[in-house]
Design a protein around this ligand. Structure first.
Ligand SMILES: NCc1[nH]cc(CCC(=O)O)c1CC(=O)O
Length: 312
C-alpha cells in the first residue's frame, strides 16, 4: 500500500477544495497515509479567450496529465465534465474511482446583495454571463429576452465580475458553488427539464497511472458504484456522438435505488430552436451499452448533421 500520495491540482479555489475532499476521504480510509499537493497551472487557466481557439479539448487537463505521466504526481482529481469526451484518456492513465455524485443542476446567481430573482423575472436585455454553448442554447430557446454574454475564468473570478457590475446574472453549477462554500449566493436552482446538465455534472474522477497498483488500491474504496455506472453511460454516449467544443450536448444518467439505470440526452442547435432528445433504460444492458444505445437513438434523429453543421 502507498505511504505517500502526491495529488496534482490546478490552483483555483474549486480545484483545491476538490483535492481537500479527496484527502479527507483518503485519510479516513488509510489513517497513516501522507498526501501532498502538487500545484500546476493549465493553458485553460491562463487563456481568457474562447476555448475553441486553444484547440479546445484538454485545455484543463494537458498539464495535469503530464505531471502524472512524468511521475511528479500520483493522482489527479478532475471534474468529469471538463475531461475531453471525444478521445480516450492519455495512454498509461486510467480513472480508478468516481466519487459519489453531487447535485447535477445549474443555478442562477445575482450580484451580491440583490433581491432574489428567477430567470423568468430577469428584465428584457439582462446580461447573463455564460460561455457554455449548452447553457446558451437552452436559454436562447426558453428565455429569448435575455442576453448571454461570454465569461471565462474560475467561479470566484466570475462572481467578482458579476459583483463589479459587468453582468446582471450568472449561470453556475450548484455543485461548484457548494465546493467553494458560496451556495448562499444561489438565487434559483434550475430544474433539469429547464436546463439539462452537462455530461459528467457533479462527478469527480480520480485519475492515476495504470501501472500504479499502490495508488489504485488506495483509492479503490472511494469509488461509488452508482456514480461509476452513471459516469460510464454518459461518457460512452458523449464519445459515440463525437461532439466538438461548440456542440451543445446535454444529458444525465440516473441510477435508481433498485439499481435500474436510465440515460436522458439532448443535442441542440446553437439557438436552441432544434433539439433531438432520447431517453433510454438499460434493462439488461451494461452502462456502456446504454450509452451507445442512447447515442444511436440521437443519431437516428439527425444528431450527426446537427453537430457537424455547427462551426468549430
Ligand atoms: N467549467 C468549469 C466547471 N467545471 C466543473 C464545474 C462545476 C462542478 C461539476 O459539475 O463537477 C464548473 C463550474 C461551473 O460550470 O459552474
Amino acid at each position: 500500500m502507498a505511504s505517500t500520495i502526491r495529488i496534482v491540482s490546478r490552483s483555483s479555489p474549486m480545484a483545491l477544495a476538490q483535492v481537500e475532499r479527496v484527502r479527507g476521504l483518503l485519510h479516513r480510509e488509510h489513517p497513516g497515509l501522507v498526501t501532498q499537493v502538487v500545484p500546476v497551472t493549465t493553458s485553460g487557466d491562463r487563456w481568457q479567450g474562447a476555448l475553441s481557439q486553444l484547440g479546445g479539448k484538454g485545455a484543463f487537463t494537458k498539464e495535469v496529465d503530464a505531471a502524472l505521466l512524468s511521475g511528479e504526481a500520483d493522482l489527479a482529481v478532475h471534474c468529469l465534465k471538463d475531461m475531453p469526451g471525444d478521445r480516450p484518456l492519455p495512454e498509461g492513465t486510467t480513472v480508478a474511482a468516481y466519487l459519489e455524485r453531487d447535485d447535477i443542476r445549474d443555478a442562477v446567481v445575482l450580484p451580491e446583495g440583490h433581491t432574489p430573482l428567477t430567470l423568468d423575472e430577469l428584465p428584457h436585455g439582462a446580461k447573463v454571463g455564460t460561455s457554455s454553448v449548452r447553457r446558451v442554447a437552452q436559454l436562447a430557446d426558453s428565455h429569448p429576452w435575455l442576453e448571454c454574454t461570454p465569461i471565462r475564468g474560475n467561479a470566484n473570478s466570475r462572481l467578482a465580475k458579476l459583483d463589479a457590475g459587468e453582468f446582471d446574472a450568472l449561470i453556475l453549477a450548484v455543485s461548484g458553488l457548494h465546493r467553494i462554500g458560496l451556495e448562499e449566493r444561489i438565487s434559483q436552482i434550475l430544474d433539469v427539464d429547464a436546463m439539462c446538465p452537462p455530461i459528467g455534472a457533479g462527478i469527480l474522477a480520480l485519475q492515476c497511472r495504470v501501472d500504479d497498483t499502490d495508488t489504485i488500491d488506495a483509492i479503490g474504496p472511494l469509488n461509488h458504484v452508482p456514480t461509476w455506472r452513471e459516469a460510464h453511460a454518459e461518457r460512452m454516449m458523449l464519445h459515440a456522438l463525437q461532439g466538438h467544443c461548440n456542440s451543445p450536448i446535454a444529458g444525465y444518467a440516473a441510477c435508481a435505488a433498485d439499481g435500474s439505470l436510465s440515460l436522458r440526452a439532448k443535442v441542440f442547435t446553437p439557438d436552441g430552436k432544434k433539439v433531438v432528445n432520447a431517453h433510454e433504460w438499460a434493462g439488461a444492458l451494461t452502462p456502456d451499452e446504454l450509452g451507445m444505445a442512447t447515442a444511436l437513438a440521437l443519431l437516428r434523429q439527425g444528431a450527426r448533421e446537427l453537430i457537424d453543421q455547427i462551426p468549430h
